[in-house]
Each structure stands twice: as structure tokens, then as C-alpha cells.
Design a protein around this ligand. Structure first.
Ligand code: SAM
Ligand code: SF4
Length: 468
């Protein structure tokens, strides 16, 4: 009998793409995708540990789903992804109905793990405790051992994972612990995947990694430039052999036909002139860079172990703007990091005013167990974090509004991603990643239209299609 799977995703774009891969592997094994947990034989939550709030949502959801098992003891419940790796055994204690725990490095094992649970149940009966499995020990995902099968959400834009894990050690961040060591996918595989996406009609790809700028450091076969010094040495001695991120962008631009390429996330420490030049010279690479700064205060940046200062960050932005004046910039900022004073916070607001980001994601600091920052007192009171969060959201709205208004009266290229919220409306994105709303027929989805911007708000551009 055909089995069905329901998968719910929390967290970042990498998790979204991981979930597509999991569905691909399982549908290749004969599973059907269920549209509701009540109709599934296997329910998986692909989880996020970056902030406590995301974890609590997933714990709460799995608690609700556990009730389904009373009526259907044959149901399999799994927690996969970052929470699995971080909490391991504790998940079984808090949620006794859970059958499977598998970390991000073990996602390619899922078809085998689920088959093993079935076998155990056939042999030993349906008691959860007897058939439970936990897989969390791999140091990194074996990218060269991916089972067959892939799945994509239908649409105009697709995610392409180019690397896994993270070798940085930002003191607040749980990701190196949950996602393991950095490992890059071979360039040929990436090119093949993008060509297949372009052939099936996708118009845009976003290359994904925790720090795409260190692409090429380590490949599954053990090759790679190994580290920043290794990269610099190759750049000086044998530049033609260096396969790093800027070179990957050039390969994609030359050897695939996808019209738009984006990438995220870039760590400022590893973003440099060679990247900016590749961005300028590759026609397909969009004029958009997400460059998380986290704080404008050098004292806090040092305590976060980010590896750059406010001044070096601003220099990089100036270098980039000199090469690509129309670049659109976005960032991530954490407010309320331990020890953040009013003066530190003012430096963040002044940096935001100086850079004038097109968009910013603001997060309230959340202590993560086992990180270096969690050893420090979480001493910024909750109300102060909330106030600073609101103040930065308001400041960004003001800046975004000014940035958006520069488009009024201008013509932009909008790739139409789907219908807008209202009947007869379309939603698209500019190359700079600004959302655009215009009137038009559904048949325009997937087209890159010339749109004259008539009005701008802090969050959206409104426009009309230019006559062909
Ligand atoms: N690798 C990316 C980078 O270095 O910018 C980002 C990865 S992280 C999943 C996404 C964002 O979450 C970070 O840029 C940071 O702003 C935020 N974040 C990470 N840990 C956090 C924490 N403990 N509390 C609040 N925000 C956090
Ligand atoms: Fe976390 Fe820093 Fe790695 Fe980004 S670069 S995933 S913030 S440790």
C-alpha cells in the first residue's frame, strides 16, 4: 500500500530547500505527499534552532500532533533538522510519541531510517519505545551520497544549495553546532542542476549556503582551497586553479541560461573586491546583496566574533557601490546582545542611516544553549530589546521609503512571480529584490516585464506595464 508523508518546515531558506530534497527522496521511494497531517502515515517537522521562539513553535506543534497517534498508533512522527541535532535525546523525553530524530547531516539517511522503523515495527510490534531511532552523529552531510529523487515547489524562482554547514564561530549562533562543518557541492553538479531548472522554465535561482563566500573551501572528495590563507596563496600562485565563489558565479553566468541569479548568505569577512567584480561582470547576477552586519558597534562586533569592524564593513560597502552604484542592499541585525548599551545601539542606528539599506531583518537576541554568548548574562531587559527592535523597524521603514521613492517615474524589470493579493493584480520582483505590484493577466506569470513605477511605499513599488 502506498504511504503518505506530511512535512512542515520552520526557519530559513536552507531548511525550505532541505524539505524539498526530503520530499524528493521519499516520493522516489513511493511515498505520496499529503496535504494535511491527518491524512499522512509519516509526519516530519523540519526544525530551526536559531532562536528559542522557533523551537517552541515546533515543540508545541509536535505536542498537538502527538494526539493523532492515540487513534493511529501506526503513525510515524519525526523531528528532523537543527533541533534534532541540538536537543537529541531530550526530544524523546519531552515528546514521548516521537519515533524519529534526524539531524541536518543525516537528512540523506531518511529513506533508510524510515524503512528501519517499519521493519522494527513489523518485527516487534507498534510500541513507540521499541522502534525509536535517533541519527545525529555525522560531522557533515555526505553530499556525494544523496539518494535519488528531487522535488521542487512549482514556480518561477528556485533555491539551489551550493554548500552545507558553517565553519565560522559567531558567539551567538547555534548553526555551526547544528549543521556541522562546511562542505561545498562540486561546481559541475550545481551547473547541471541550474541548467535543468532553466530547461523546465525557472527564471531565477538563489544559491544557498550559510556563508556562500567561502564556497570551495572543502569538497566531498577532500579537494578545495582549505581556508582564507590557502585561497590567497592560490590566487597569487595559480589563480587559474582557484574555484571560489566569485569563480562559481562566473561559471554559472557562462554555462547556464537562467536569466537571474541571487545568493545568500554572504559573510562580510569573506566578501571582497573579487566578488564585487564578478557581480558586476556577470549579466545574470542580480544587483542585490544581503550582507548581515549584526551590529554597528565595534565592541559588540568583537564580542560576537564577527571578524570585521564597522569601518572595514563600511569600506566594503563603499567598494561595492563604486563598482555597482545601483546595488540594493539588505542586512540582518541583532538587538540586545549581552552588554549592548544605549551607545552601542546608537552606533547601529547610525550605521543603518549611513548605509541606507533597502531592507533589514531585525532580531531580538535569544541565548542559545552551548554557544559562547550564552555563558554571558542575557542582561538587556526584554522591554529594552523590544523597544530597540521597534525603533530599528521604524527607522528601516523610513529608509526603505526614501530608497523606494527613487524609483518613482522610472522603469524597472519585474519578474512576475504570481498573482497579487487582489483580483487582476500581479506580484513581481525587480533585480534589486523589491516587490512590485501591477495590474495584468495571469498569463504574465514567469515573464520579465518592463514596469513604470508610479508609486512607492516602504514595502512595495506599484507600477504599470510599459507598452511593448
Ligand atoms: N549565516 C548567516 C550569516 O552569517 O549572516 C546567517 C544565518 S542565521 C540562521 C540568520 C540570522 O539570524 C543571523 O544573521 C542573525 O542575525 C540571526 N541570529 C542568529 N543567531 C541568533 C540569536 N542567537 N539570537 C537572535 N538572532 C540570531
Ligand atoms: Fe551563524 Fe555566523 Fe555561521 Fe552565520 S556565519 S551561520 S551567523 S556562525
Amino acid at each position: 500500500m502506498m504511504k503518505s508523508i506530511f512535512l512542515q518546515t520552520y526557519g530559513c531558506q536552507m531548511n525550505e530547500r532541505d524539505s524539498e530534497e526530503v520530499l524528493g527522496m521519499l516520493t522516489a521511494q513511493g511515498y505520496e505527499v499529503a496535504d494535511a497531517p491527518e491524512r499522512a502515515d509519516v509526519i516530519l517537522l523540519n526544525t530551526c534552532s536559531v532562536r528559542e521562539h522557533a523551537e517552541e513553535r515546533a515543540f508545541g506543534k509536535m505536542g498537538e500532533l502527538s494526539v493523532l497517534k492515540r487513534e493511529r498508533p501506526g503513525l510515524v512522527l519525526g523531528i528532523i533538522g537543527c533541533m534534532a541535532k541540538l536537543h537529541q535525546e531530550r526530544i524523546f523525553k519531552r515528546l514521548p510519541a516521537v519515533d524519529l530524530i534526524a539531524g541536518p547531516a543525516e537528512l540523506y539517511d531518511l529513506p533508510y531510517l524510515l524503512a528501519e522503523i517499519q521493519e522494527k515495527r513489523q518485527r516487534d510490534g507498534l510500541k513507540t519505545q521499541d522502534s525509536r531511532l535517533m541519527a545525529v552523529n555525522r560531522p557533515f552531510r555526505p553530499l556525494d551520497a544523496k539518494p535519488n529523487g528531487d522535488y521542487r515547489k512549482p514556480g518561477v524562482a528556485a533555491f539551489v544549495t551550493i554548500m552545507e554547514g558553517c565553519d565560522k564561530a559567531c558567539t551567538y549562533c547555534i548553526v555551526p553546532k547544528t549543521r556541522g562543518q562546511e562542505i561545498s557541492r562540486p561546481a559541475e553538479e550545481i551547473i547541471r542542476e541550474i541548467n535543468a531548472l532553466a530547461a523546465s522554465g525557472y527564471q531565477e535561482v538563489t544559491l544557498l549556503g550559510q556563508n556562500v563566500n567561502s564556497y570551495g573551501k572543502r569538497f566531498p572528495d577532500g579537494s578545495g582551497y582549505k581556508g582564507p590563507l590557502g585561497r590567497l596563496r592560490l590566487l597569487e600562485e595559480q589563480p587559474e586553479t582557484l574555484l571560489d565563489f566569485p569563480y562559481l558565479l562566473r561559471l554559472i553566468d557562462r554555462r547556464t541560461s537562467v536569466p537571474r541569479v541571487r545568493f545568500t548568505t554572504s559573510h562580510p569577512f569573506d566578501a571582497h573586491q573579487r566578488l564585487f567584480e564578478a557581480m558586476r561582470e556577470c549579466r545574470s547576477v542580480c544587483e542585490w546583496l544581503h550582507l548581515p552586519v549584526q551590529s554597528g558597534s565595534n565592541r559588540i562586533l568583537r564580542a560576537m566574533r564577527r571578524g570585521y569592524t564597522r569601518e572595514t564593513y563600511l569600506d566594503k560597502i563603499a567598494q561595492l557601490r563604486k563598482l555597482i552604484p545601483e546595488i540594493s542592499l539588505s542586512t540582518d541585525i541583532i538587538v540586545g546582545f549581552p552588554g549592548e548599551t544605549e551607545d552601542d545601539f546608537r552606533q547601529t542606528t547610525s550605521l543603518m542611516r549611513e548605509v541606507e539599506y533597502d531592507n533589514a531583518y531585525i532580531f531580538k537576541y535569544s541565548p542559545r544553549p552551548g554557544t559562547d554568548a550564552a555563558a554571558r548574562e542575557d542582561d538587556v531587559p526584554r522591554e529594552v530589546k523590544e523597544e530597540r527592535n521597534q525603533a530599528l523597524l521604524a527607522l528601516q521603514d523610513e529608509i526603505s521609503f526614501t530608497r523606494h521613492r527613487r524609483f518613482e517615474g522610472r522603469t524597472v524589470e519585474a519578474l512576475i512571480e504570481g498573482p497579487g493579493k487582489r483580483e487582476g493584480q500581479l506580484f513581481g520582483r525587480t533585480r534589486g529584490n523589491h516587490g512590485v505590484i501591477l495590474d495584468g493577466p495571469a498569463s504574465s506569470v514567469g515573464m520579465a516585464l518592463s514596469v513604470r513605477v508610479t508609486r512607492a511605499t516602504a514595502h512595495t513599488l506599484f507600477g504599470e506595464r510599459c507598452p511593448a
